[in-house]
Ligand binder design. Structure first.
Ligand SMILES: Cc1cn([C@H]2C[C@H](O)[C@@H](COP(=O)(O)OP(=O)(O)O[C@H]3O[C@@H](C)C(=O)[C@@H](O)[C@H]3O)O2)c(=O)[nH]c1=O
Length: 182
């Protein structure tokens, strides 16, 4: 097979990122995070998706205390959020989002690892996020996105188990929320 000799800087160029799992970029899956594929049942009336069963032990769903609906406008980033005790279970049921995770647990084997998970109608997933992992979402679609959040503690406005970092201006998480064009 002929080799194109004029491409003399070919090997110095960046290689494409490869999704090791559909909709996933990251050196490895952050320890303790679970990504569960969800089935969509369609017929001519519409479609249905089970988002969580509370006896789903691997997802620790038995600890879920409430469910919230978090809507985002197109392009909007929500995050970075960090919990010390709360576990989160997230499912994007409308539109598409990018869920980005950053392991902030110094004793974790994946400390400092970033995960990008592209999920929603085109890639139905339920994601379990243990405490100690920064997380944020970006609506990457053209309409409102809807994320169902199912935390393991009741929301207490007087004692919120959540700390936040700016998604655009912080000195902890090396991540740019802009679309990676390549
Ligand atoms: C989370 C939450 C918020 N609220 C109220 C108070 C708060 O000022 C307002 C907006 O809340 P937030 O700014 O936290 O909403 P939002 O930025 O959409 O974040 C939420 O998104 C989901 C996906 C998550 O993962 C959670 O971390 C949650 O914080 O809603 C409740 O009444 N109950 C709740 O459980």
């Amino acid at each position: 097979m002929a080799q194109v000799l004029s491409m003399n800087e070919y090997d110095e160029m960046d290689r494409p990122r490869i999704q090791t799992l559909p909709g996933f970029y990251g050196d490895s899956l952050i320890e303790g995070v679970l990504i569960k594929s969800l089935d969509v049942f369609s017929d001519e009336r519409g479609y249905l998706m089970e988002i969580m069963r509370f006896n789903d032990e691997p997802m620790n769903a038995g600890e879920i205390k409430q469910a919230i609906a978090s809507y985002s406008h197109p392009g909007m980033v929500k995050g970075w959020h960090l919990h010390s005790v709360q576990e989160d279970h997230l499912v994007c049921v409308t539109g598409m989002i990018k869920l980005v995770l950053y392991d902030y647990r110094e004793d974790s084997p994946t400390y400092g690892v970033l995960n990008e998970i592209f999920m929603g109608e085109r890639n139905p997933r339920a994601v379990f996020i243990p405490p100690g992992i920064f997380h944020g979402t970006k609506n990457i679609g053209s309409g409102i996105s809807l994320v169902i959040g199912m935390p393991s503690v009741y929301y207490d406005p007087d004692n919120v188990d959540e700390r936040r970092l700016s998604p655009t201006d912080n000195d902890i998480i090396p991540y740019d929320w802009e679309c990676r064009l390549e």
